[in-house]
Write a protein that binds this ligand. Structure first.
Ligand code: SF4
Length: 357
């Protein structure tokens, strides 16, 4: 297996059966080698600095009904909120005062008439902090809306495809949602000029090894600027409440595989990973991740943005715990990089991307 790791590191590509072999090998020295090589590649490209993104959960209102999600529209056991324009600006101000240079506005898929609200927010954030990057994570919208938000100043967009397998997608989403639409949105976002992130839930109900390989191959072809992977974590008020949590082991193997495929891509060590293992954030970094996303949302609303049970939103996971985060990173020889952390223009012939703004 070490030979496969070396090939992936040197050529950034493997055949399908070789990705499957990396994901299914027994845990041991060879899997440790995979993570070690990925960490080394991340250090070679980014040093020991970890980018931070300030996460603002602008609303838990959503028009969709994904079967795995705690804020799906048919969950009646949740108090819905939308931050006001001023509240979002205050979150960003506090984040900027701490030193953040990227704000991530995340939320459920809002009714279409709220596009203007987002546009005004982006316009104001861009004018107030021209030195900062603005990332949106607000789901599927018509291309024209993506264009408006991009013109207003948004730089990046996160939209996980969740699974590239049609049948699997249909088991996780209501019939009103379509994988084709999701993939078209990702293509549109790239064409509009965003730095684009996609990704999956690892261990989602019904996911097989073949599905994961299909996801890897889709991401290989999409060539995103960011790859977000977290373990599936059930939420008690969803139809998938009793499905087991995804594996931290497989999640970090995937971090490592993507780092070796795309040496310069931005890979967050996700909150979901840290929610299932207290060392999750550091495990992610030791497998090649190079971004963390502390929560800037008002503490009052954090419990209501409950995508899954046990979501970490305090201590080092929150912006006010930044010293704790710095302390954690220091234990493995890392520090915070306060820069914007734009995706470097991909320059390997395996990852040419002409849409990088
Ligand atoms: S996963 Fe996203 S689109 Fe689906 S219900 Fe949750 S917030 Fe809405």
């Amino acid at each position: 297996m070490k030979r496969l790791v070396d090939i992936l590191r040197d050529t950034h590509h493997l055949e399908a059966q070789d990705y499957a072999a990396l994901l299914s090998a027994p845990n041991g020295d060879e899997v440790a080698y995979l993570r070690q090589q990925a960490q080394q590649v991340a250090v070679d490209n980014f040093g020991h600095g970890i980018f931070v993104r300030g996460l603002v959960e602008v609303t838990n209102v959503c028009r969709n009904d994904c079967l795995y999600c705690g804020i799906r529209k048919s969950n009646p056991h949740i108090d819905r909120y939308m931050l006001t324009h001023d509240e979002v600006m205050q979150c960003c101000q506090q984040g900027h005062d701490i030193g953040f240079h990227t704000f991530v506005l995340q939320g459920g898929e809002l009714p279409r008439d709220k596009a203007q609200w987002i546009e005004e927010l982006v316009t104001d954030i861009r004018a107030s902090w021209p030195d900062c990057a603005i990332t949106l994570s607000l789901g599927e919208w018509p291309r024209k809306v993506y264009e408006r938000w991009h013109r207003a100043g948004a730089d990046r967009y996160l939209l996980r495809h969740e699974t590239h397998n049609l049948a699997h997608y249909a088991t996780l989403h209501p019939a009103s949602m379509s994988l084709t639409t999701r993939l078209q949105c990702l293509d549109a976002l790239k064409q509009v000029g965003y730095q684009v992130g996609t990704g999956i839930m690892v261990g989602s109900p019904g996911q097989t090894l073949d599905h994961l390989v299909e996801d890897i191959q889709y991401i290989e072809q999409l060539k995103p600027h960011m790859i977000g992977l977290g373990p599936f974590v059930p939420h008690h008020d969803t139809p998938l409440a009793h499905h087991p949590t995804g594996s931290a082991d497989i999640t970090t193997r995937l971090y490592a595989i993507f780092r070796l495929m795309f040496p310069k891509v931005l890979i967050p060590s996700t909150t979901a990973l840290n929610s299932i293992d207290p060392n999750g954030r550091l495990m992610g970094i030791e497998a090649g991740a190079n971004v963390v996303m502390p929560n800037l949302s008002p503490a009052l609303f954090r419990d209501q943005y409950s995508l899954y049970d046990g979501k970490a939103a305090t201590h080092a996971e929150a912006a006010e715990g930044i010293k704790m985060l710095q302390g954690q990173l220091a234990t493995i020889g890392y520090h915070i990089n306060w820069g914007r952390g734009d995706s470097p223009v991909f320059c390997n012939n395996n990852s040419l991307n002409t849409n990088n703004p």
